[in-house]
Design a protein around this ligand. Structure first.
Ligand SMILES: Nc1nc2c(ncn2[C@@H]2O[C@H](COP(=O)(O)OP(=O)(O)OP(=O)(O)O)[C@@H](O)[C@H]2O)c(=O)[nH]1
Ligand SMILES: C[S@@+](CC[C@H](N)C(=O)[O-])C[C@H]1O[C@@H](n2cnc3c(N)ncnc32)[C@H](O)[C@@H]1O
Ligand code: SF4
Ligand code: SF4
Length: 327
Protein backbone atom coordinates (compact mmCIF):
# COMPACT_ATOMS: atom_id res chain seq x y z
CA UNK A 1 0.00 0.00 0.00
CA UNK A 2 1.27 3.44 -0.78
CA UNK A 3 1.70 6.46 1.46
CA UNK A 4 -1.61 8.33 1.95
CA UNK A 5 -1.97 12.05 1.34
CA UNK A 6 -4.76 14.47 2.26
CA UNK A 7 -6.58 16.91 -0.04
CA UNK A 8 -3.87 19.49 0.62
CA UNK A 9 -1.15 17.24 -0.79
CA UNK A 10 0.33 16.47 2.62
CA UNK A 11 1.61 12.89 2.75
CA UNK A 12 1.39 11.21 6.14
CA UNK A 13 4.77 9.73 7.04
CA UNK A 14 4.68 9.96 10.83
CA UNK A 15 2.45 9.26 13.81
CA UNK A 16 2.48 10.81 17.24
CA UNK A 17 1.04 8.66 19.99
CA UNK A 18 0.11 9.80 23.47
CA UNK A 19 0.53 6.71 25.67
CA UNK A 20 -1.09 8.19 28.76
CA UNK A 21 -2.48 11.48 30.02
CA UNK A 22 -1.09 10.82 33.50
CA UNK A 23 1.84 12.92 34.63
CA UNK A 24 4.04 13.38 37.70
CA UNK A 25 4.50 17.10 36.87
CA UNK A 26 1.91 19.85 36.63
CA UNK A 27 3.52 22.38 34.27
CA UNK A 28 1.77 25.73 34.32
CA UNK A 29 1.48 25.82 30.51
CA UNK A 30 0.65 22.19 29.75
CA UNK A 31 -1.58 21.62 26.70
CA UNK A 32 -1.63 17.83 27.23
CA UNK A 33 -1.60 17.30 23.46
CA UNK A 34 -4.82 19.25 23.07
CA UNK A 35 -6.84 17.34 25.62
CA UNK A 36 -6.95 19.72 28.58
CA UNK A 37 -5.91 19.06 32.20
CA UNK A 38 -3.58 16.20 33.05
CA UNK A 39 -4.54 13.69 35.69
CA UNK A 40 -2.32 12.70 38.60
CA UNK A 41 0.02 9.70 38.16
CA UNK A 42 -1.97 7.49 40.50
CA UNK A 43 -5.38 8.07 38.95
CA UNK A 44 -7.17 5.20 37.19
CA UNK A 45 -5.65 4.22 33.86
CA UNK A 46 -8.10 1.72 32.44
CA UNK A 47 -8.86 3.97 29.46
CA UNK A 48 -5.31 3.76 28.08
CA UNK A 49 -4.58 1.83 24.89
CA UNK A 50 -2.99 -1.51 25.63
CA UNK A 51 0.44 -2.41 24.25
CA UNK A 52 -1.33 -4.78 21.82
CA UNK A 53 -3.56 -1.92 20.56
CA UNK A 54 -0.59 0.39 20.02
CA UNK A 55 1.46 -2.24 18.21
CA UNK A 56 -1.45 -3.34 16.00
CA UNK A 57 -1.98 0.29 14.95
CA UNK A 58 1.73 0.74 14.20
CA UNK A 59 1.81 -2.43 12.11
CA UNK A 60 -1.15 -1.18 10.08
CA UNK A 61 0.27 2.32 9.43
CA UNK A 62 3.61 0.77 8.50
CA UNK A 63 1.73 -0.90 5.60
CA UNK A 64 0.97 2.68 4.45
CA UNK A 65 4.64 3.64 4.49
CA UNK A 66 4.65 5.50 7.84
CA UNK A 67 8.32 5.83 8.79
CA UNK A 68 8.38 7.49 12.18
CA UNK A 69 6.64 7.28 15.52
CA UNK A 70 6.87 9.73 18.40
CA UNK A 71 5.71 8.55 21.83
CA UNK A 72 4.49 11.29 24.13
CA UNK A 73 1.85 11.92 26.79
CA UNK A 74 1.19 12.98 29.59
CA UNK A 75 4.40 11.40 30.73
CA UNK A 76 5.03 8.35 28.50
CA UNK A 77 7.58 6.88 30.92
CA UNK A 78 4.81 6.29 33.46
CA UNK A 79 3.90 3.33 31.26
CA UNK A 80 5.63 0.22 32.61
CA UNK A 81 5.19 -1.45 29.24
CA UNK A 82 6.96 1.32 27.30
CA UNK A 83 10.00 -0.89 26.61
CA UNK A 84 7.72 -3.66 25.37
CA UNK A 85 5.86 -1.26 23.05
CA UNK A 86 9.13 0.05 21.59
CA UNK A 87 10.52 -3.48 21.20
CA UNK A 88 7.41 -4.54 19.27
CA UNK A 89 7.32 -1.42 17.03
CA UNK A 90 8.00 -2.44 13.40
CA UNK A 91 11.79 -2.47 12.85
CA UNK A 92 11.67 -0.12 9.87
CA UNK A 93 10.21 2.74 11.95
CA UNK A 94 12.31 5.40 13.68
CA UNK A 95 11.19 5.61 17.32
CA UNK A 96 11.52 8.81 19.34
CA UNK A 97 10.01 9.98 22.60
CA UNK A 98 9.29 13.25 24.39
CA UNK A 99 9.57 13.01 28.16
CA UNK A 100 10.03 15.14 31.25
CA UNK A 101 13.15 13.05 31.92
CA UNK A 102 12.42 12.00 35.51
CA UNK A 103 12.42 8.29 34.78
CA UNK A 104 15.37 8.13 32.37
CA UNK A 105 17.92 7.29 35.09
CA UNK A 106 17.96 3.49 35.25
CA UNK A 107 15.79 3.05 32.15
CA UNK A 108 17.60 4.89 29.35
CA UNK A 109 19.81 1.93 28.40
CA UNK A 110 16.90 -0.49 28.32
CA UNK A 111 14.99 1.89 26.05
CA UNK A 112 17.90 2.04 23.63
CA UNK A 113 18.15 -1.76 23.66
CA UNK A 114 14.43 -1.91 22.90
CA UNK A 115 14.90 0.34 19.84
CA UNK A 116 14.56 3.98 20.91
CA UNK A 117 16.63 6.23 18.59
CA UNK A 118 16.08 9.73 19.94
CA UNK A 119 14.71 11.53 22.95
CA UNK A 120 13.48 15.05 23.72
CA UNK A 121 13.64 16.06 27.36
CA UNK A 122 11.63 19.04 28.54
CA UNK A 123 13.87 21.41 30.43
CA UNK A 124 12.57 24.94 30.62
CA UNK A 125 15.25 26.41 32.87
CA UNK A 126 18.79 25.90 34.17
CA UNK A 127 17.82 27.21 37.56
CA UNK A 128 16.20 24.72 40.01
CA UNK A 129 13.95 27.36 41.61
CA UNK A 130 12.59 28.60 38.29
CA UNK A 131 12.24 25.01 37.10
CA UNK A 132 10.19 24.12 40.19
CA UNK A 133 7.90 27.08 39.65
CA UNK A 134 7.17 26.14 36.05
CA UNK A 135 6.75 22.40 36.54
CA UNK A 136 5.22 22.58 40.02
CA UNK A 137 7.79 19.94 40.91
CA UNK A 138 11.11 19.83 42.72
CA UNK A 139 12.65 17.19 40.47
CA UNK A 140 15.21 19.40 38.67
CA UNK A 141 18.21 17.29 39.76
CA UNK A 142 16.46 14.15 38.62
CA UNK A 143 15.78 15.66 35.18
CA UNK A 144 19.44 16.66 34.79
CA UNK A 145 20.37 13.09 35.79
CA UNK A 146 17.92 11.91 33.14
CA UNK A 147 19.60 14.02 30.46
CA UNK A 148 22.98 12.51 31.40
CA UNK A 149 21.54 9.00 31.44
CA UNK A 150 20.17 9.55 27.91
CA UNK A 151 23.55 10.78 26.64
CA UNK A 152 25.40 7.92 28.36
CA UNK A 153 23.02 5.39 26.81
CA UNK A 154 24.00 6.69 23.37
CA UNK A 155 20.83 8.58 22.48
CA UNK A 156 21.86 11.14 19.89
CA UNK A 157 20.85 13.86 19.80
CA UNK A 158 19.24 14.60 23.15
CA UNK A 159 17.01 17.58 22.46
CA UNK A 160 16.09 19.88 25.31
CA UNK A 161 12.56 21.22 24.87
CA UNK A 162 11.97 24.72 26.22
CA UNK A 163 8.62 26.45 25.91
CA UNK A 164 9.25 30.15 25.30
CA UNK A 165 6.74 32.21 27.26
CA UNK A 166 6.72 34.99 29.79
CA UNK A 167 8.41 32.91 32.54
CA UNK A 168 11.27 31.62 30.36
CA UNK A 169 11.99 34.10 27.54
CA UNK A 170 14.80 35.78 29.52
CA UNK A 171 16.65 32.47 29.87
CA UNK A 172 16.92 31.73 26.13
CA UNK A 173 20.53 33.02 25.75
CA UNK A 174 21.85 30.87 28.61
CA UNK A 175 20.08 27.77 27.28
CA UNK A 176 21.59 28.41 23.83
CA UNK A 177 25.06 28.71 25.40
CA UNK A 178 24.38 25.51 27.40
CA UNK A 179 23.78 23.39 24.27
CA UNK A 180 26.65 25.08 22.40
CA UNK A 181 29.02 24.07 25.21
CA UNK A 182 27.77 20.50 25.61
CA UNK A 183 28.24 17.88 22.90
CA UNK A 184 25.21 15.75 22.15
CA UNK A 185 22.66 18.35 23.27
CA UNK A 186 20.38 20.34 20.98
CA UNK A 187 17.80 22.96 21.91
CA UNK A 188 14.20 23.03 20.71
CA UNK A 189 12.49 26.34 21.47
CA UNK A 190 8.74 25.81 21.41
CA UNK A 191 6.39 28.70 20.80
CA UNK A 192 3.92 28.92 23.63
CA UNK A 193 0.51 27.74 22.44
CA UNK A 194 -2.08 29.90 24.21
CA UNK A 195 -5.11 28.34 22.46
CA UNK A 196 -5.08 25.34 24.77
CA UNK A 197 -4.15 26.93 28.09
CA UNK A 198 -6.38 29.99 28.43
CA UNK A 199 -3.48 32.30 29.42
CA UNK A 200 -2.91 34.58 26.39
CA UNK A 201 -1.08 37.11 28.58
CA UNK A 202 1.94 34.75 28.84
CA UNK A 203 2.55 34.93 25.11
CA UNK A 204 5.72 36.48 23.73
CA UNK A 205 6.54 37.39 20.13
CA UNK A 206 8.51 34.43 18.73
CA UNK A 207 9.76 36.63 15.85
CA UNK A 208 12.00 38.38 18.35
CA UNK A 209 13.64 35.06 19.16
CA UNK A 210 14.11 34.31 15.45
CA UNK A 211 15.66 37.77 15.01
CA UNK A 212 18.07 37.31 17.92
CA UNK A 213 19.14 33.84 16.73
CA UNK A 214 19.71 35.09 13.18
CA UNK A 215 22.21 37.57 14.61
CA UNK A 216 24.00 34.84 16.61
CA UNK A 217 24.00 32.05 14.03
CA UNK A 218 26.83 30.98 11.76
CA UNK A 219 24.41 28.89 9.69
CA UNK A 220 20.62 28.67 9.26
CA UNK A 221 18.69 25.82 7.64
CA UNK A 222 15.06 24.83 7.21
CA UNK A 223 14.02 21.39 8.30
CA UNK A 224 11.67 19.51 5.96
CA UNK A 225 9.23 18.83 8.82
CA UNK A 226 7.07 21.94 9.25
CA UNK A 227 9.85 24.00 7.54
CA UNK A 228 11.17 24.66 11.04
CA UNK A 229 14.19 27.00 11.20
CA UNK A 230 17.44 25.56 12.59
CA UNK A 231 20.21 27.88 13.79
CA UNK A 232 23.80 26.81 14.46
CA UNK A 233 25.38 28.93 17.19
CA UNK A 234 28.97 28.91 18.47
CA UNK A 235 29.72 28.87 22.20
CA UNK A 236 31.16 32.06 23.71
CA UNK A 237 34.70 30.61 23.78
CA UNK A 238 34.40 29.44 20.15
CA UNK A 239 35.20 25.81 21.05
CA UNK A 240 31.69 24.41 20.72
CA UNK A 241 28.65 24.68 18.49
CA UNK A 242 24.99 23.97 19.19
CA UNK A 243 21.87 23.55 17.09
CA UNK A 244 18.74 25.49 18.06
CA UNK A 245 15.42 24.68 16.38
CA UNK A 246 12.28 26.78 16.64
CA UNK A 247 8.88 25.10 16.72
CA UNK A 248 6.46 27.92 15.87
CA UNK A 249 3.08 26.53 14.82
CA UNK A 250 0.83 29.33 16.06
CA UNK A 251 -1.00 31.02 13.16
CA UNK A 252 1.71 29.70 10.86
CA UNK A 253 0.24 28.40 7.57
CA UNK A 254 3.68 27.28 6.33
CA UNK A 255 4.07 25.05 9.40
CA UNK A 256 0.66 23.43 8.78
CA UNK A 257 1.32 23.07 5.04
CA UNK A 258 4.32 20.89 5.94
CA UNK A 259 2.63 18.82 8.63
CA UNK A 260 2.97 15.11 7.87
CA UNK A 261 1.79 13.46 11.10
CA UNK A 262 -1.45 12.14 12.49
CA UNK A 263 -2.02 11.74 16.20
CA UNK A 264 -3.39 9.12 18.51
CA UNK A 265 -4.82 9.94 21.92
CA UNK A 266 -4.07 7.74 24.92
CA UNK A 267 -7.58 6.23 24.69
CA UNK A 268 -6.94 5.20 21.09
CA UNK A 269 -8.65 7.93 19.09
CA UNK A 270 -7.07 8.95 15.82
CA UNK A 271 -7.00 12.65 15.05
CA UNK A 272 -5.62 14.64 12.15
CA UNK A 273 -4.41 17.71 14.05
CA UNK A 274 -3.08 18.55 17.51
CA UNK A 275 -5.39 21.54 17.83
CA UNK A 276 -8.59 19.83 16.70
CA UNK A 277 -10.83 17.57 18.71
CA UNK A 278 -13.73 17.57 16.26
CA UNK A 279 -12.34 14.75 14.09
CA UNK A 280 -11.67 12.06 16.70
CA UNK A 281 -12.10 8.50 15.42
CA UNK A 282 -11.89 5.51 17.79
CA UNK A 283 -9.65 2.65 16.70
CA UNK A 284 -8.21 1.22 19.94
CA UNK A 285 -9.64 -2.28 19.99
CA UNK A 286 -10.51 -2.56 16.31
CA UNK A 287 -9.48 -5.22 13.82
CA UNK A 288 -6.70 -4.47 11.35
CA UNK A 289 -9.25 -4.00 8.54
CA UNK A 290 -11.21 -1.49 10.63
CA UNK A 291 -8.03 0.37 11.60
CA UNK A 292 -7.07 0.62 7.90
CA UNK A 293 -10.45 2.18 7.13
CA UNK A 294 -10.30 4.57 10.10
CA UNK A 295 -6.79 5.64 9.15
CA UNK A 296 -7.88 6.29 5.54
CA UNK A 297 -10.81 8.41 6.78
CA UNK A 298 -8.61 10.40 9.18
CA UNK A 299 -6.05 11.20 6.49
CA UNK A 300 -8.77 12.07 3.98
CA UNK A 301 -10.29 14.54 6.47
CA UNK A 302 -7.07 16.28 7.46
CA UNK A 303 -7.19 20.05 7.15
CA UNK A 304 -4.35 22.46 7.97
CA UNK A 305 -5.44 24.11 11.22
CA UNK A 306 -4.41 27.52 9.94
CA UNK A 307 -5.46 26.47 6.45
CA UNK A 308 -8.20 29.03 6.12
CA UNK A 309 -5.36 31.46 5.62
CA UNK A 310 -4.06 29.54 2.62
CA UNK A 311 -4.91 29.07 -1.05
CA UNK A 312 -3.26 27.15 -3.89
CA UNK A 313 -0.86 29.33 -5.89
CA UNK A 314 -1.48 27.54 -9.20
CA UNK A 315 2.03 26.01 -9.26
CA UNK A 316 1.39 23.23 -6.78
CA UNK A 317 2.40 25.43 -3.83
CA UNK A 318 0.60 27.68 -1.37
CA UNK A 319 0.16 31.35 -0.71
CA UNK A 320 -1.58 33.36 1.98
CA UNK A 321 -5.22 34.00 1.18
CA UNK A 322 -5.54 37.78 0.57
CA UNK A 323 -9.05 37.68 1.91
CA UNK A 324 -7.66 36.93 5.38
CA UNK A 325 -4.56 39.11 5.17
CA UNK A 326 -6.72 42.13 4.42
CA UNK A 327 -9.54 41.20 6.80
N1 LIG B 1 0.49 22.79 16.61
C1 LIG B 1 1.47 21.90 16.50
N2 LIG B 1 2.41 21.83 17.46
C2 LIG B 1 3.39 20.93 17.32
C3 LIG B 1 3.45 20.03 16.23
N3 LIG B 1 4.54 19.25 16.39
C4 LIG B 1 5.12 19.62 17.53
N4 LIG B 1 4.43 20.65 18.10
C5 LIG B 1 4.72 21.32 19.35
O1 LIG B 1 6.04 21.03 19.72
C6 LIG B 1 6.04 20.34 20.97
C7 LIG B 1 7.27 19.49 21.07
O2 LIG B 1 7.23 18.45 20.20
P1 LIG B 1 8.17 17.21 20.38
O3 LIG B 1 7.34 16.00 20.49
O4 LIG B 1 9.14 17.39 21.48
O5 LIG B 1 9.03 17.23 19.09
P2 LIG B 1 8.67 16.91 17.61
O6 LIG B 1 7.69 17.91 17.15
O7 LIG B 1 8.24 15.50 17.43
O8 LIG B 1 10.07 17.13 16.89
P3 LIG B 1 11.36 16.22 16.81
O9 LIG B 1 11.49 15.37 17.99
O10 LIG B 1 12.40 17.23 16.72
O11 LIG B 1 11.27 15.45 15.54
C8 LIG B 1 4.70 19.64 20.96
O12 LIG B 1 4.26 19.21 22.19
C9 LIG B 1 3.82 20.77 20.45
O13 LIG B 1 3.65 21.73 21.45
C10 LIG B 1 2.44 20.12 15.26
O14 LIG B 1 2.41 19.39 14.27
N5 LIG B 1 1.47 21.07 15.45
C1 LIG C 1 2.65 17.62 26.51
S1 LIG C 1 4.37 17.25 26.78
C2 LIG C 1 4.33 15.48 26.89
C3 LIG C 1 5.67 14.81 27.07
C4 LIG C 1 6.38 15.02 28.39
N1 LIG C 1 5.53 14.94 29.50
C5 LIG C 1 7.17 16.30 28.38
O1 LIG C 1 6.82 17.24 29.09
O2 LIG C 1 8.13 16.35 27.63
C6 LIG C 1 5.13 17.48 25.18
C7 LIG C 1 5.74 18.84 24.96
O3 LIG C 1 4.71 19.80 24.88
C8 LIG C 1 5.20 21.02 25.38
N2 LIG C 1 4.07 21.87 25.74
C9 LIG C 1 3.13 21.62 26.68
N3 LIG C 1 2.23 22.63 26.75
C10 LIG C 1 2.62 23.55 25.84
C11 LIG C 1 2.09 24.81 25.43
N4 LIG C 1 1.01 25.35 25.99
N5 LIG C 1 2.72 25.46 24.44
C12 LIG C 1 3.81 24.92 23.85
N6 LIG C 1 4.35 23.73 24.19
C13 LIG C 1 3.77 23.05 25.17
C14 LIG C 1 6.02 20.57 26.56
O4 LIG C 1 6.98 21.50 26.94
C15 LIG C 1 6.68 19.32 26.05
O5 LIG C 1 7.95 19.61 25.51
S1 SF4 D 1 5.73 17.09 32.09
FE1 SF4 D 1 4.82 17.16 30.05
S2 SF4 D 1 2.75 16.25 30.25
FE2 SF4 D 1 3.54 16.67 32.30
S3 SF4 D 1 2.62 18.61 32.85
FE3 SF4 D 1 4.68 19.04 32.01
S4 SF4 D 1 4.37 19.34 29.78
FE4 SF4 D 1 2.51 18.42 30.60
S1 SF4 E 1 -2.30 21.05 10.98
FE1 SF4 E 1 -1.05 22.67 11.88
S2 SF4 E 1 -1.79 22.89 13.99
FE2 SF4 E 1 -2.56 20.92 13.20
S3 SF4 E 1 -1.08 19.39 13.88
FE3 SF4 E 1 -0.47 20.05 11.82
S4 SF4 E 1 0.95 21.73 12.12
FE4 SF4 E 1 -0.11 21.41 14.05
Amino acid sequence: MSVLADDFGREVTGVRISLTDRCNFDCVYCHNEGLGDTRGPMDPQDDEMSADDVVRFLEVVREFGVEKVKFTGGEPMLRDDLEEIIRRTPDEMEVSMTTNGTFLPGRAEGLVEAGLSRVNVSQDALDPKEFAEITKSGAYDRVIEGVHAALDAGLDPVKLNMVVFEHTAGYVPEMVEHVAENDGLQLQLIQYMPELTGKPEWNIDIERVHGWLEEQATRVERREMHHRARYWVESDDGDGEGMVEIVDPVENPEFCANCHRVRVTHEGYLKGCLNRNDDLRPMGEMSRAEIRETYRETVANRVPFYGEYMVRDGNGGWEINDEYVNA
